[in-house]
Design a protein around this ligand. Structure first.
Ligand SMILES: Cc1cc2nc3c(=O)[nH]c(=O)nc-3n(C[C@H](O)[C@H](O)[C@H](O)COP(=O)(O)O)c2cc1C
Length: 208
């Protein structure tokens, strides 16, 4: 891709119309624009954004990908999550946000412990499994894991952090979980998995 040019959709000729609308991402595409290095954007400043607009805009922010894990009543539970960040170094705190309907959240709040497993570039299938319509037993059946500090941890995680739940806060349709870090492991060899505009990528990958 050549030089990147930002162009406001509203400045385009009406030719795009409904046909040019990318329904999945809630934005509009000019045919061939991406290949020509043109990124189209729409400024939404007046109206309260719809969930789709919010998802589409924030999809432009690349994130790492993790599996938030917790011991469940019938074995480990876990879900793919990117709403995860370090919160405080002293004391060491982690933050994760889980949807109120998440089965992992229910198990986590029961036991009061969780792990954050940082995925590798080659873990896209794992990320799909842990976000797809599977039971937790199915999700964990094909992956090597062990228990560290009372939480399930992937043997092959790029890094993992074990937390004790300190606080659950209201986060709209999500619950914000603040955890005291009680243990961690890091294997710096390898690249992290990256999520950007709805696709999994490896770091440095130009996409496609
Ligand atoms: C890249 C990616 C990131 C996600 N991040 C989160 C997240 O931060 N919080 C969340 O609740 N769900 C997130 N999800 C959705 C959950 O992974 C998905 O709803 C999962 O099925 C929940 O499983 P559970 O009900 O067993 O907990 C994400 C999905 C993907 C693909």
């Amino acid at each position: 891709m050549g030089r990147i040019v930002f162009r406001d959709i509203d400045s385009l000729a009406p030719a795009g119309g409904e046909e040019g609308r990318d329904r999945e991402h809630g934005c509009e595409q000019e045919e061939g624009a991406h290949a020509r290095g043109i990124i189209l954007f729409r400024t939404v400043s007046e109206a309260v954004p719809t969930p789709e607009e919010l998802r589409s805009a924030l999809g432009l922010l690349p994130t790492g990908v993790t599996i938030v894990s917790t011991p469940g009543p019938e074995g480990p539970a876990g879900a793919t999550a990117n709403a995860v960040t370090s919160l405080s170094l002293d004391p060491p705190l982690m933050l994760a946000a889980l949807d109120r309907g998440s089965r992992t959240l229910a198990a986590l709040q029961e036991v009061g412990r969780f792990g954050v497993n940082v995925l590798r570039g080659e873990h896209a299938e794992l990320a799909r499994a842990f976000s797809g319509p599977f039971t937790h037993a199915e999700r964990w059946s094909d992956v090597a894991w062990g228990v560290r500090h009372g939480v399930p941890v992937l043997d092959d995680a790029l890094a993992w952090v074990a937390c004790e739940l300190r606080e659950s806060l209201d986060g709209g349709d999500h619950v914000i979980l603040v955890g005291d870090v009680v243990g961690l492991g890091a294997n710096g060899d390898g690249e992290p998995l990256v999520f950007h505009q709805g696709s999994y990528r490896a770091l440095g990958d130009q996409g496609g």
